[in-house]
Design a protein around this ligand. Structure first.
Ligand SMILES: CC(=O)CC(=O)SCCNC(=O)CCNC(=O)[C@H](O)C(C)(C)COP(=O)(O)OP(=O)(O)OC[C@H]1O[C@@H](n2cnc3c(N)ncnc32)[C@H](O)[C@@H]1OP(=O)(O)O
Ligand SMILES: NC(=O)C1=CN([C@@H]2O[C@H](COP(=O)(O)OP(=O)(O)OC[C@H]3O[C@@H](n4cnc5c(N)ncnc54)[C@H](OP(=O)(O)O)[C@@H]3O)[C@@H](O)[C@H]2O)C=CC1
Length: 284
């Protein structure tokens, strides 16, 4: 399949990272979000990241200009009619994703593959709202996208072998290592990572140790690059809570119950780095 234009939907931390990596890999990129403000924020994040690479001498200013010029921000989801491949990276919410996939199915040409970057939602359920379930697939990048080598590739019940191979090859072209996993809540990455983060939150909730101490134990004792609470802030506490809810709902097993402290923080608008406050404060 000849992919020329990739549309990325959602210009948050994942969408902007995916758009950057797709453009670096030579694709024309359409980056869509619902408001100009979010689009600007996403484009600024891309420019900031690429500028750092220019400062480090890893990229020339000319190459940076080319990479940025290949990314076209758009407020109009209708531009999906120009896309050969769509990667959805909107909030982790089934109702929102279902609405969007239904719309994309009606807008995109028949050859267009619709991939989702969902962290935990069932691919087959997303596919069911479209008339092209064979072209729906999970393509789960890790955060920060330009740095992390893994892409989990998840087939839905109806995903075709051809589509699977396209996504596998595309991940490699984007400099990533694809790993096939099956369509179960949280796939592999978040089925293992998120209960660890949730348990770290319980240790703070139950007064076993302070936030800083929990992170120190995991960084110095287990050699993790970030402590679990720092990582939760980095991922986004709203995303962490959504993933725990999806695991809990999907398996009906109490070991996946989200910690009340996580729920409390999200309800209070403490979403981690992206809101300026989570377990740590990020006020400038
Ligand atoms: C929730 C899900 O569904 C799945 C997930 O994604 S779970 C989250 C998975 N991600 C992780 O676990 C990340 C854990 N953290 C880390 O690996 C590291 O702390 C980190 C890579 C983020 C930063 O590494 P560090 O050594 O502390 O910092 P630093 O030296 O500044 O950065 C290392 C490199 O990463 C780059 N980098 C750091 N943060 C970045 C960002 N947000 N975006 C892009 N690049 C970034 C830096 O530019 C630097 O690049 P070079 O080596 O080319 O110079
Ligand atoms: N954060 C992480 O570490 C990882 C997240 N993921 C997954 O990637 C997806 C995005 O996560 P992340 O980037 O962190 O989230 P963010 O909250 O940073 O970004 C999501 C963006 O999507 C926008 N959006 C919401 N609904 C729509 C819509 N219908 N059309 C267009 N844009 C929309 C949001 O705007 P608004 O603010 O208005 O809602 C926001 O700008 C989620 O499915 C998440 O689970 C996967 C791997 C890692």
């Amino acid at each position: 399949m000849n992919i020329q234009t990739i549309m990325v939907i959602g210009a948050g931390q994942m969408g902007s990272g995916i758009a950057q990596v797709a453009s670096v890999s030579g694709f024309q990129v359409l980056l869509h979000d619902t408001s100009p403000e979010f689009l600007n924020r996403g484009m600024q994040a891309i420019s900031k990241q690429l500028s750092r690479n220019v400062e480090k001498g890893k990229l020339t200013p000319e190459s940076m200009a080319e990479i940025v010029s290949r990314i076209r921000p758009t407020e109009f989801v209708e531009h999906a009619e120009q896309a050969d491949f769509v990667i959805e990276a909107i909030s982790e919410n089934m109702a929102l994703k279902a609405l969007l996939f239904h719309r994309l199915d009606s807008l995109c040409p028949p050859h267009t593959i619709l991939a989702t970057n969902t962290s935990s939602l069932p691919i087959s359920e997303i596919a069911a709202v479209t008339g092209r379930p064979e072209k729906i697939i999970g393509m789960h990048f890790m955060n920060p996208v330009p740095v992390m080598p893994l892409v989990e590739v998840i087939r839905g019940l109806e995903t075709s072998q051809e589509v699977f191979e396209v996504v596998y090859g595309l991940s490699q072209r984007m400099g990533k290592t694809p790993v096939e996993v099956n369509d179960f809540p949280g796939f592999v990455s978040n089925r293992i990572l998120m209960p660890m983060i949730n348990e770290a939150i319980f240790t703070v909730y139950e007064g076993v140790a302070s936030i800083e101490s929990v992170d120190k134990v995991m960084k110095l004792g287990m050699n993790h690059p970030m402590g679990p609470l720092e990582l939760a802030d980095f991922i986004g506490l709203d995303t962490c809570l959504s993933i725990m809810e999806i695991l809990y709902d999907g398996f009906k097993d109490s070991k996946y119950r989200p910690c009340p402290l996580l729920r409390k923080y999200v309800k209070a608008g403490r979403l981690g780095r992206k809101s300026g406050q989570g377990f740590y404060s990020y006020q400038e």
